[in-house]
Design a protein around this ligand. Structure first.
Ligand SMILES: NC(=O)c1ccc[n+]([C@@H]2O[C@H](COP(=O)([O-])OP(=O)(O)OC[C@H]3O[C@@H](n4cnc5c(N)ncnc54)[C@H](O)[C@@H]3O)[C@@H](O)[C@H]2O)c1
Length: 377
């Protein structure tokens, strides 16, 4: 197989971004689309020039030109469509959450493994070089224990009228499942699944829809993570930050698709060199097509190495430095590049039987496990 031929099922808002992302790929080709909404189907044909447009998944699946099905319908039918696609021998890339229950994700895993098919899920943040930097810092224990993280996600609801499926638990699974999974996946990637988590749902005073949720997760390494999501802002005024507190550093990503990461850290010359050279070089090659720059600012320094105490531990530092890593493209370009990278990674796994995608349905299941803890189910 040379190119990987893909079809998108569900040609709504997000499919436009997926389609734009694939357009710039040299490894994956979009050759078909499917939607039960005929207007959307026509628009897809017009916008992409693609002739293979099916109004029903059952009509699409026998098309032997299609290697990979991208499931971009609403969450409540990811499982059914994924099952049908896997049963007909297609590899599958799922939009999140992939299913509404961990049990259904397990069934999808069983089905794909027993049919020797590859799957992945669109946890876009995993492909972002800024989260890769955090992962490296964590895994190499550069700044000690990650003791605390806090997500503040003030998201927009101006494209979500009251009748939108997003507000309907039966269709979306609610904010923790539909949206929270992205952030649980990042925390799981860093530290593994939390031992416990509790969430609260806050209804809007006027309509009763749940537009805000707040929860806390406790990880085995002692880290405590707070998550807040509020869908209450206009898009032009939304804001997101994810802060991470290590023993010797405060790190923060800004934006839901972040393009900036700041790290204020107590450093020695060795650590500074690592952040400015090795780590920068690695992060710059993490997402092809999006470059990264680094600015540094000395916040405090001492003429010679000093010893400090925290959490009953001693550590040495010569300075406190602010490292600001910035992606060189805007957030839409970064978003597209991250989606493309996820799909191309799956295409690489389809081509090479021994290669597994970086992000798997096992990750999707773990993220859903945390979402259900937050839901107290
Ligand atoms: N990864 C991300 O960053 C990200 C961002 C936004 C949305 N999403 C996900 O993308 C998915 C789609 O979201 P959206 O905002 O595009 O929704 P949407 O409502 O705009 O589009 C969904 C489309 O699916 C179609 N559809 C429904 N049932 C179908 C079926 N049985 N067969 C074929 N088509 C069917 C609908 O007609 C509609 O056109 C959701 O799972 C959402 O969570 C992911």
């Amino acid at each position: 197989m040379k190119n990987c031929n893909a079809a998108i099922v569900g040609l709504g808002g997000f499919a436009k971004l997926i389609s734009a992302a694939i357009k710039e790929s040299r490894k994956v080709r979009l050759i078909a689309g499917c939607d039960i909404n005929l207007e959307r189907l026509e628009k897809f044909k017009e916008e992409t020039g693609i002739e293979k447009a099916y109004d029903n998944i059952e009509k699409l699946l026998p098309d032997s030109d299609i290697d990979l099905v991208i499931v971009a319908t609403l969450p409540s039918n990811h499982y059914d469509i994924g099952q049908l696609a896997l049963k007909s021998g297609k590899h599958v890339f799922f939009e999140k959450p992939g299913a509404l229950t961990p049990h259904h994700i397990t069934k999808l895993i069983e089905l794909s493994e027993s049919n020797n098919l590859k799957t992945s899920i669109d946890f876009v943040m995993r492909k972002n070089p800024l989260y890769f930097i955090l992962k490296e810092i964590h895994d190499l224990n550069i700044f000690g224990l990650l003791e605390r993280a806090a997500l503040e996600n003030y998201a927009h609801d101006d494209s979500l009228p009251p009748e939108h499926w997003f507000w309907d638990y039966e269709k979306s699974g609610g904010i923790w499942i539909e949206h929270g999974v992205h952030f649980f996946d990042i925390a799981n990637w860093l530290m593994g699944i939390p031992k416990k988590a509790y969430g609260e749902k806050i209804p809007r005073e006027t309509s009763g829809i749940i537009d805000r949720v707040l929860g806390t997760a406790y990880h085995n390494n002692g880290a405590v993570i707070s998550y807040y999501h509020g869908f209450t802002k206009p898009e032009a005024f939304e804001k997101t930050s994810f802060s991470f507190v290590f023993e010797k550093a405060y790190a923060k990503t800004e934006g839901w698709i972040p393009i900036k990461l700041t790290i204020d850290a107590m450093v020695t010359p060795d650590i500074e060199k690592f952040l400015m050279e090795d780590l920068l070089i690695k992060a710059r090659s993490y997402l092809p097509s999006v470059d990264l720059i680094l600015e540094t600012e000395l916040l405090n320094n001492w003429s010679q190495e000093k010893t400090f105490m925290g959490r009953g531990k001693k550590y040495r530092a010569t300075a406190i430095t602010k490292f600001t890593y910035k992606l060189t493209k805007d957030r839409w370009e970064v978003y597209k590049a991250c989606v493309r990278q996820g799909i191309e990674d799956l295409a690489a796994a389809i081509k090479n039987e021994k290669y597994m995608p970086d992000v798997t349905l096992y990750d999707a299941k773990k993220a859903l496990d945390v979402a259900l803890m937050m839901e107290r189910r």
